[in-house]
Design a protein around this ligand. Structure first.
Ligand code: CA
Length: 257
C-alpha cells in the first residue's frame, strides 16, 4: 500500500483514479490545481505523486520543478496522448516515470509499484558512510569507528533514512511517515524518544552533538563530525591508524610509470 497524491484538474479522471487505487489498497489524496498539489505534497508527505502536466494554474514543468524543490517524492507524470515531447522534458526535469492518457487502474498500479520498488532497491543496496558511521542496509549492520552498534530495527531505519540524506534537514513528520508509516500530528514524541536513544548509542547528546543535529523548529540533520573532514584528523583514541599515510602511498604508486 502506498500513499498517493493525485494532482489532476479533470474531475472524471480524478474520481476514476481514486476509485481504482482505493480498490488496490492505496491511500489517496487529491488536488485539482498545481498550487494545492504543492501544498499537499509537503503537508501529506505522500509516497508517490501522480502529476497531470496540463493543469489550469501552472505550467506542468514549472509545477514539477517546484515540487522537486520541496520534496524528493517519486513523481509519475500524466500526459495526454501525443504529448511525447512534454513527457521527455518532464523526465529531464526530474519525473521518475510517466503514463499516457487514457490509462487503466492496473497499469497505474503497476507503475506506482515499479517506482517504489526501484526506490527501495536503490536505498536497500546502499552501504551508507557518513564520517565514521557506516550502515549496511542489506545486512542491517551499523558500525561507528569500526565498532558494531546494537540498534533496534526502528533505530537502524531512522539512522539509515537520515544517513541517505546526509547534511539535509529531515522533518520529524517525514521520519514518522517514512520510517514508522504513521501520520504526523505534531504532538507525537516517538521520533524524539528514538532520537535520544540513538544519541546515547552514538555516544553523544543533544547539547554535544557529533552526528545528530537538531535544527530548531525544523527537524534533524545527520552530518559527519568536523573531526572526520578530509583533513584526515580523527578524534583522539578512536582511529590509531594514520589515513594520511595510505593516501601518500596510493598517490606515489599511481604516479609511477
Ligand atoms: Ca488536465
Amino acid at each position: 500500500m502506498a500513499k498517493v497524491l493525485i494532482v489532476e484538474d479533470d474531475a472524471t479522471i480524478r474520481t476514476a483514479v481514486v476509485r481504482a487505487l482505493g480498490e488496490r489498497g492505496h491511500a489517496v489524496a487529491t488536488a485539482a490545481t498545481a498550487l494545492t498539489g504543492l501544498q499537499l505534497a509537503v503537508a501529506e508527505q505522500p509516497d508517490v505523486v501522480l502529476l497531470d502536466l496540463g493543469l489550469p494554474d501552472l505550467d506542468g514543468r514549472e509545477t514539477l520543478r517546484m515540487l522537486r524543490a520541496v520534496s524528493r517524492v517519486p513523481i509519475i507524470v500524466v500526459t495526454a496522448a501525443g504529448g511525447e515531447s512534454d513527457m521527455v522534458r518532464a523526465l529531464d526535469a526530474g519525473a521518475d516515470d510517466y503514463i499516457v492518457k487514457p490509462f487503466g487502474g492496473a497499469q497505474l498500479d503497476a507503475r506506482i509499484r515499479a517506482v517504489l520498488r526501484r526506490l527501495g532497491e536503490e536505498a536497500g543496496d546502499q552501504t551508507v558512510t557518513v564520517g565514521g558511521l557506516q550502515l549496511d542496509a542489506r545486512s542491517r549492520r551499523a558500525t561507528l569507528e569500526g565498532r558494531a552498534l546494537s540498534l533496534t530495527p526502528r533505530e537502524f531505519d531512522m539512522l539509515h533514512y537520515l544517513a541517505l540524506r546526509e547534511d539535509q534537514v529531515v522533518t520529524k513528520g517525514e521520519l514518522l511517515t517514512h520510517v514508522w508509516q504513521l501520520p504526523y500530528t505534531g504532538a507525537d514524541k516517538t521520533v524524539d524518544v528514538h532520537l535520544s536513544w540513538l544519541r546515547r548509542k552514538l555516544g553523544e547528546t543533544a547539547l554535544d552533538a557529533r552526528y545528530l543535529h537538531t535544527v530548531r523548529r525544523v527537524g534533524i540533520r545527520l552530518s559527519a563530525p568536523l573531526s572526520h573532514e578530509p583533513d584526515g584528523s580523527a578524534p583522539p583514541g578512536l582511529t590509531p591508524e594514520a589515513p594520511k599515510t595510505l593516501g601518500c602511498v596510493r598517490r606515489r604508486c599511481s604516479s609511477q610509470p
